[in-house]
Design a binder for this molecule. Sequence first.
Ligand code: TRP
Length: 457
Amino acid sequence: MASEKKERASFSGRLGYVLATAGSAVGLGNIWRFPYLAAKYGGGIFILVYIILAATFGYTMIVTETALGRKTRKSPVGAFSFFTKKKMGAVGGWMNAVIPMIIVPYYSVIGGWVLRYFVEYVRGNGASLAEDTYFSGFIGNAAGSEIFFLIFAALNILVIGMGVNGGVERVSTVMMPSLIVLAVIVAVYSVTRPGALAGVHYIFVPDFSKFSIMTVVAAMGQMFYSLSIAMGILYTYGSYMKDDVDVESSSYQVVLVDSCVAILAALMIIPSVFAFSGADAAQNLQAGPSLLFITLPKVFASMAGGRIFGILFFLMVLFAALTSSISLLETSVSTLEDEAHMNRTGATVFMFAVMIVLGSLSSFGYNILSGARIVGMQFLDFFDFLSNSLMMPISAFTTCLLVLRAAGVRVVIDEVGKSSKFRMRKMYSLSIRYFAPVLLVIIFLSSVLSALGIISM
Ligand code: TRP
């Protein structure tokens, strides 16, 4: 990244930091991924495990990455080599840097689905979106879904290429609160439908018989994804943070905002599965990545003014998705610039190619390549699994190692202490020394075993 002599731009104060970080954290992870995982992994028990993990482990990782970024004023690869010249350091830095490159292509496929739904609501086709077979028909059509993915990917590249990310971010500071308001309205509507209370019960009352190690694996992967941790983003954000911003409480605020949006999305979606899918409810809870797209159109179809809701909702989700994918892409591009010494145009073109290749595989996995399987998964699921369940635990582990073996826990504690008294110092230090590394090893091994089919998801 920037040479040490150059002044680094910085966020103006705590609110600026929290908004920017929450802006990158809130995205498809909260609105699309969290509800379908919660539905699939037993509802309340998944959400309980998620909250416990986010408040302890997630928070520990956010504090660590942010503090190391601020201390070194560098992005991940630079921050790692700041503390250690060993191979391990480079591996850790690169592991962090490659993950966004794997996520952004399939993220754009989902972004394309959102775009399609937005366009259809604008065209007044809400009623056909609500039909049971619409979604499978759409993703089953190779050309139809590929086009929307390509448009979404191209939008990202355009924004990055023209350097107008700042503009998109400004728009999204309006979109984000509006999305939350709209989501509250839809959630209230959805939980008050006849039959929906069973869904509320499903979300809030944990059924401990549904607990398994895979609940923890899935919740942990989701936590990495949703909080944008274990991929170096927060090192970069930290490097822009002023020294007087309170790392501890701003980290908690990010976790809080992000988790609230996720739970809100679950409240919009899961109760409506119970209210609208009748006898198919149990089966629809297992729908996976398609859940949002098959349930919400039914909700909007039953609402007065449903078309307007459909347009607004998918527009706002589109913005949340765009800001996240742009920030994933920007990270990838700047890593390639700084560490692979590409120029900006070269790095942008390279990433566009990566997006097209990996994204098309994910998109075609639902149609012409639907027979193809990697370790039993179709492409999109595989890339999701590879990044969230395999690479992120390793990358988070390298951050733990960096703290424990090279930088020292003190460095983080002192960095946080620069701006405010570090109230959770004891808990932090236990967590980074024991809780986090042990959990990460368990998660990683469970993921490998499940990919090999030795334990089941
Ligand atoms: N957290 C984002 C979401 O919930 C996705 C994401 C993961 C992300 N890593 C990121 C966004 C890095 C921006 C930057 O959708």
